[in-house]
Design a protein. Sequence first.
Length: 255
Amino acid sequence: MRVEFVSLGSGSNGNSTLVRVGDTLLLVDAGFSAKIIVERLNSVGVAADDLTAILISHEHSDHVKGAQVMARKYGVPVWLTRGTYRRLKDKNIPQVEYIHPHGSFCIGDAKVTPFPIPHDAAEPCQYVIGDGSKRFAIATDMGCVTPYVSQQLAGVDALLLEANYDGDMLHNGSYPYALRSRIDGRYGHLSNEQSAVLAASLEHPGLQKLFLGHLSENNNTPDNAFGSVANRLKRGGDDVCVLKRATVSEWFCVT
Ligand SMILES: [Zn+2]
Ligand SMILES: [Zn+2]
């Protein structure tokens, strides 16, 4: 079976990733309007009706903005934790499937392993998705790297990793103290440096692709994120790609 994925956009204003495992199409997060998501799906050859499920990581609007409309309009079931569901402003979702953040499950051909992330949301989790052999993981919205997160990400074949902010830009920038503290706190986001340290610890010959995502618009640049991570990796920046905020990436196929 093939495991493929494409980013429909990633940044602090919106995140959505399409993952295809065999015939199963999963949309992980829907942090743009339904209109934009449908346009971007179409641009990669996928119709909204074809989605098998929407997986939500947590209730922040940069992850759920279009989820409910997509669910209602196209009849797509939404999988999320009970805590995330409780915090949704719009709870009108025709088909909700509750997940436990420590329990693996299958959706069609996809084996999904959620893992809890340290983030200031009700019951946030991210996902490792695969076909039972190849695995792709998404790891954004984490204030720090817990041993459990490292363990879940060990050995993955491809990874979309958060590189949210450049430490100097955040601390010399215009954000008020409270917001800065939220971002660089233990339940905020990963800096380029934290991301680089984690990426280096996960580097192994089978890691085929490292996407860096969820970049802050004001406190980071693609060059800084790329440079920090590439400098730490033995292989440099060869397999590293910084995702764009509002542009669809190429499909990547885990082989
Ligand atoms: Zn968040
Ligand atoms: Zn986010």
